[in-house]
Structures are given as structure tokens and as C-alpha cells.
Design a protein around this ligand. Sequence first.
Ligand SMILES: *Cc1c(COP(=O)(O)O)cnc(C)c1O
Length: 377
Amino acid sequence: MINIFQPQLGKEELEAIKNVFDSNWIGKGKLTFEFEKKFADFLNTTYQNIRSTNCCTEGLFLSMQLFNIRPGDEIIMPTISFVGAGNAVCANNAKPVFCDVDKRTLNVRVQDIEKKITKKTKAIILIHYAGVPCDMDKIMDLAKTNKLYVIEDSACSISSTYKSKSCGTIGDMGMWSFDAMKILVCGDGSMLYLKDEELAQKAEELMYFGLDRKSGFSNSVDSKWWEFELSCYGHRSIMNDITAAIALEQLKKLPRFIDIRKRVHDIYSAQLKSLPWVDLPLEIPPDCTSSYYFYHIQVNQNIRDKLALFLKENGIYTTFRYYPLHLVKYYGVNEKLDNAEDAATSTLCIPIHHSLTDSDIDIIISKIKEFGKINHL
Ligand SMILES: *Cc1c(COP(=O)(O)O)cnc(C)c1O
């Protein structure tokens, strides 16, 4: 089976883990700190605004506490969002307000958000679908006018930039995932960006029991280092030096990963553009760069499922991300969001990852073409 996502790990990561074992310290330590610093450099931001955590979903949950979201507050998010974002809002007794997206890019547009703003709206959680940045200038203007926090779920957009600024560092908070299906992987892990350094400090406390920095856990007190004080009831959601060691190696390889993904993207676009029944992803806006996280094609909704099945039977795994949250019954919303619903029945994400071989790419393209012929499209 040709996988839709696949990591690329090698001897460098193994060697790095070995060094951690040899160091006799596998917890959160200097490698985790080094990863935070290097990731901050990579984003072109300062490490004071960056904190690591165990997963991106934890960052989404944390955002509710950091921005003091109260029961009844409304949080707008595109319905094409990651389930963890919806859960974070609901678990805090706030109300997720799902909005529509652009039919082709599946990104939220400023007018989609604007329609949903009420007096109770406190924040927007957005994602940069497939790694293509949203129209951030307009969204930031709207947020400023309405005093809304902007939270960028940047799990798809690790290397994406909007007008030379890294996605995830444009709004008030951003988060990246390094789970098994992302571009940079380390098992599990995540990075958070907080525009406000004090909030970054607060996040650090929330992610480690709420222990007060000045008390014993910092290891720097001269006496009675076993005593401690709390500033809040925090979790324990940290990375460790094993996962950080892997992540540091992956970070070095990231530019190459992105180049390979861009190449796959470009080959697909060149080879599939002759098919009148397939709509390709739109061009990436000129002032943006993408991370090429998905390659999504769009076909008539009568044939999308059939195409997915045909490809699966031919050893090619595809999927659709992200199933619209307003259709998830458990959230209990009653909405009709036309573009998202259309996209959910016509969009198919085909394999794109940095371990895809040229022969894999050829097979995928020829099988898609074959499907078209068989069905007289
Ligand atoms: C994977 C993903 C997440 C969650 O990341 P974890 O680290 O697995 O918690 C959040 N948002 C998006 C868009 C994702 O793709």
C-alpha cells in the first residue's frame, strides 16, 4: 500500500537517541531546551515566546485557559478543523461557532468569520489548510477591530510563511505538531508560540503542575529545595530529551523534506492538469510559501468515493481531511455550511510525503488516469 503520510527517520535519529541513553538523562533537559531555541530560530522568532509541549492538542486546550475563555464565550473556527480544537472549546464550556470555508482552498476567509461574530465572540482558531496560509492581513484586521484573540493551529503549516512571517507567529498564539503523521516527527511533541512573553511563562507553569518557578523545582534554591508553591493547578505536558533528540535531527532535514514535497506537488499538478474531471489545488499565493502537507484534488461528488475505493483496491491509500466538525453530532450544532459540505464530498487527499518514490508517483498518476478512462470522464 502506498501510504498517504509517512515519516522519514534514519540513522541520524537513532544515533541521537543513543546519545541520550548514554547521557543517563531521558527527561526534559538540555536537548528539549536546545530544540526550543532552534525551533525559535527556524521560525525567526525569539525563544522567550516559544515553549515545547507533549502534543499540539494540549496547546489547543491550553489556549482556552491562557486567554481566559469563560463558559458561554464563543470561539469561531472553520468547520474544516482538527477535532482537538472543537474539543478544547467544548471541554471548557465555551461554544464552538463553526464557520464556512473557501470551497477550493478549504481555508477560512475573512467574510466567513465576520458573519459569525457576536458580542460573545472571544477568539478565532484557524488552520492553514494543506499548509497554504490563510489571508492573514484581513483576518488580523478583523480580529483587531473586534478585539478577538487569533489562535493559529499551525500543525499543517510548519514551514509556511505569509509575507515572510512564519505561520503560527502571526496571531496571538500558534502551535505545531510533531506526531507520527506530520512533516517533522518525533513520536509525539509540539511547540507553542505565544506573542505575549508573560503568557508563554504562564503556559510553562500550566504545563508543569503550576509549580512556581521560584520554588524548589527549579533546583536553584540553596536550602529546603523540597518545598514548593503553586500558581495554578497545572498539568504535566512536556517533551523529553528522547523526543527532542529526534526532533532536532528532523529539524535539520526539514528544508529537504519540504523540497521533496514541493517536487511531488509540482509533478502532480503538471501531470493531472490535463484531466478535465479533476480540479487541482489552487496556486499558492505569490506572497506565501506552503508546507505541502496535503495534495487535495476535487472531483464530482458522485465519483469521489468510487475513486477513493478504486485507488485503495490498487494499493493507494487516500483520505479526506478534516471532516467538518459541524456534522459531528456530539457537538450538537445545527448548521448548514455549503462550501464545507460540498468540499467534504468532493475532496480527496492523495499521497504526499517525503518518502514517496518516483515510481509511487507514476503509479498514483496512472491509476487516477485509468479511473477516468474506465468511467469515461
Ligand atoms: C495533527 C493535528 C493536530 C494535533 O496534533 P497532536 O500533536 O497530535 O495533538 C492539531 N491540528 C491539526 C490541524 C493537525 O493536523
